[in-house]
Design a protein around this ligand. Sequence first.
Ligand SMILES: Cc1cc2nc3c(=O)[nH]c(=O)nc-3n(C[C@H](O)[C@H](O)[C@H](O)COP(=O)(O)OP(=O)(O)OC[C@H]3O[C@@H](n4cnc5c(N)ncnc54)[C@H](O)[C@@H]3O)c2cc1C
Ligand code: FES
Length: 384
Amino acid sequence: MKTEILQQLDGYGDVIKEIEVLRKYGYDYSIDRGTIRQYIDRLHPASLDLKIVDIIEETPSARTLRLASGGYLPPFQAGQYIALTLDIGGVRTGRAYSISSPPNQTGYYDITVRRVEEGYVSSYLLEEASPGQRIVTSGPSGNFFFHPILHDRTMVLIAGGSGITPFMSMIREIVQCGIDREVYLFYGNRSDDDVIFHDELTEISSTFSNIHYIPVIEKPSRNYKGLAGYITADVLTKELRELSGKTYYLCGPPAMYDFCLPQIEGLGIPKKKIRREMYGTPKGISAHPGWPSGVKEDAVVTVLLQGGRTITASSGEPLLNSLERNGVIVPFLCRSGECSMCRVKLLSGKVFQPEGVLLRKSDREYGYIHSCAAYPLEDLEILI
Ligand SMILES: Cc1cc2nc3c(=O)[nH]c(=O)nc-3n(C[C@H](O)[C@H](O)[C@H](O)COP(=O)(O)OP(=O)(O)OC[C@H]3O[C@@H](n4cnc5c(N)ncnc54)[C@H](O)[C@@H]3O)c2cc1C
Ligand code: FES
């Protein structure tokens, strides 16, 4: 049966011929068995055991954790993230964090965490994580990086708050490795005393003529001299002048993404020129288009798991959070509805999945949902 399937693969005949030649001349090809697996495991490990070796306080609400393995770290592309798994207050959970150090720095990964109001993991990482602590993470993941064939040499980077981190990795790599690319960085923040990496970005943009740094502050202080307000279509047009021939990258919390994406699209930028990384699921889910008017966020529903166990969940919270709080382990990576790692099968009941959740067609057809971005609207039965 296995041979029949293999015979249908392209190149199968050539591989068999090659093996016959090796046999004829006495080469034992079986000694290479497992070599490819070893390469894959080294380049794309499922998990890493890292240690916090340093902590750098960046702003009143953000800090960088420097993570090292004490040896080899898999390579990554500037823009990728790692997912941390933590045990906080007896709950096994985790979150994704983009790597803010550049890929040419191979000794450590930096992640830069900004506090989210009442945030479970960000508060822990800002207040309790300390040097010497070990943290299990995924290997580097994600597709939010520059592709030399598909993307334009001129990059327009639009960041909100903590969304600066993948761009910091990209910019550091460009300037440190002398890469021939032009960057326009629009960086939106609420106040000017809380702009992560401001001094470094100011220094880089005054030294390198290919890096343009445009901070935009929502509520600036009296002495602030730069652009105030939001990153609007108007701001982009004035600063860029020519909009075509550029690839646009958008990264930040869902609220910033919801505001900026229509601004960019409104300028007539084609969808294929816009790349995005959304930092989590939306806040205040019941205000989202499509949320059924009769369901309150604090409604409590039951979730029946295989094996007959029942747990409770809240409608206003992603199903994955409720599962974790009850000690149910579901694999995850992005926790923003994009990577499919947290898929579970919905056997009965209804969930709300906001627009932007990237469910595969086959998942939709066979009743799978992304538990990190699915909000239970009624009692559910699921298969993990
Ligand atoms: C690919 C990826 C990369 C990321 N990289 C970074 C990074 O480099 N630095 C960083 O600080 N964060 C980053 N995040 C966000 C991070 O994973 C967490 O979502 C964030 O730290 C909040 O987690 P929490 O447990 O503190 O908040 P939670 O307890 O999960 O959420 C509390 C509330 O805040 C809302 N919320 C979640 N995230 C944000 C946010 N970023 N801003 C505003 N409100 C939010 C939630 O919708 C929720 O209502 C990244 C997310 C993704 C998907
Ligand atoms: S963890 Fe990525 S889609 Fe849910």
